[in-house]
Design a protein around this ligand. Structure first.
Ligand SMILES: NC(=O)c1ccc[n+]([C@@H]2O[C@H](COP(=O)([O-])OP(=O)(O)OC[C@H]3O[C@@H](n4cnc5c(N)ncnc54)[C@H](O)[C@@H]3O)[C@@H](O)[C@H]2O)c1
Length: 359
């Protein structure tokens, strides 16, 4: 797999914040396969089981809190990473409504602490801050949101991620300006916005696939109450390939890539919950998911869709797996884990990587 991303990550020290979580653990696996020296910085895994523990990686795992500025700064000074992928966050909408202060402290001040720690060190040459499609002001329209559209967010999680974008933009303008790269500083900052990801190894609360898996383990049936809710489903490897591609461009010293990027799914992967559940059942017949009949024909308004034209045109990024493949991989991952105790993440990654070679 070392040929991917022009071998740019091989031998480099890469800091992944939030490596103990769902997306961060997949990213750590991928970077390790690419030959990077991966260092993770995060709170303990947010779930039991945790994907990161199942992977048995060789990374250096540092337990720490992004709200603790001095500790984060010390770690970055000692580790001397060349690139940082910032994924540590409180990522759940419901939790953000229960504890907005914790969410803003982690997602906004955590970003400030990261940017400031990188500003105070000389090793970091690239930062990719992972935010979300929810950072846009939702105008309830049918078109995809572009990177230049206004930021917003009705709930604390969404608005905290919009704030994280604003913090990144301010640091980019004030301290890491692309025009000043190589003159007054040596660091390029980009942000990455993606939507709902699925795939094996997620056990977070309030997410559809983990809820279905938990119900199955308890031998209960799960009643879906919002079957018409439409979401831009993506396999977790899809946006991660975008983050890695973006990181590659920054490490190649291309200041024009130091900006915000959307990594949304193709139109065909945007489906309602009912369609996703039915597709999942095709690959996992023992699932017991019921659709609340009173809600079955109600379709939710206000889908927030990303326009990823810029990533397609300038980064050459695109989705590789359609809805069926995404769902098949996800079902297979959980089935193998629950039925045979196997973890198939590396096999998924190898298959996905071989798709990246296809034009
Ligand atoms: N999962 C999705 O569908 C999705 C969609 C869009 C954006 N995102 C973004 O991707 C990133 C990763 O999300 P995820 O789904 O893997 O979440 P997750 O909950 O699985 O992982 C979150 C990670 O952040 C760490 N963390 C939380 N608070 C911390 C703190 N105060 N200090 C240090 N580490 C802390 C956790 O320990 C964990 O490693 C987040 O920034 C999230 O907003 C996720």
């Amino acid at each position: 797999m070392r040929g991917d991303f022009s071998s740019i990550y091989a031998g480099r020290t890469v800091l992944v914040t939030g490596h103990s979580g769902f997306k961060g653990s997949w990213l750590a696996l991928w970077l390790e396969q690419l030959g990077a020296k991966v260092v993770g910085f995060a709170l303990p895994p947010p779930t039991v089981p945790a994907h990161i523990d199942l992977l048995e990686l060789n990374l250096v795992s540092i337990e720490g809190d992004v709200r603790d500025h001095s500790r984060l700064a010390r770690v970055i000074d000692e580790v001397e990473p060349e690139i940082v992928f910032h994924l540590a966050a409180q990522p759940l909408v419901r939790q953000s409504c229960m504890d907005p202060v914790e969410t803003y402290a982690t997602n906004v001040l955590g970003t400030v602490h990261l940017m400031e720690s990188c500003r105070r060190t000389t090793s970091v040459r690239a930062i990719v801050n992972v935010t979300t499609d929810k950072c846009y002001e939702n105008r309830e329209w049918v078109w995809g949101y572009r990177e230049s559209d206004p930021l917003g967010g009705h709930d604390p999680y969404s608005s905290s991620k919009a704030c994280s974008e604003i913090v990144s933009a301010a640091y980019r303008t004030s301290f890491f300006h692309p025009d000043e790269y190589g003159k007054s500083h040596q660091c390029l900052v980009a942000t990455a916005r993606a939507g709902n990801v699925i795939g094996g190894g997620d056990w977070a609360e309030d997410r559809l696939i983990p809820d279905i898996v938990r119900a199955l383990e308890r031998e209960e049936s799960l009643v879906i109450r919002s079957p018409g809710a439409t979401r831009p489903w993506q396999h977790v490897l899809e946006p991660l390939s975008g983050y890695l591609l973006l990181g590659q461009r920054l490490l190649e010293e291309r200041p024009e890539f130091a900006q915000a990027w959307n990594f949304g799914p193709d139109e065909a992967v945007i489906a309602d919950v009912q369609t996703l559940v039915r597709a999942l059942e095709q690959h996992w017949p023992s699932l017991c998911v019921k659709i609340d009949p009173s809600q079955a024909n109600i379709h939710e308004a206000g889908l927030l869709k990303l326009d990823s034209s810029r990533a397609h045109a300038l980064l050459g990024w695109r989705s590789r797996w359609d809805l069926d493949e995404t769902v098949r991989r996800t079902a297979r991952w959980y089935r193998r884990y629950l039925e045979q105790g196997q973890v198939t993440s590396l096999a998924d990654l190898q298959d996905y990587s071989s798709k990246l070679q296809d034009c």
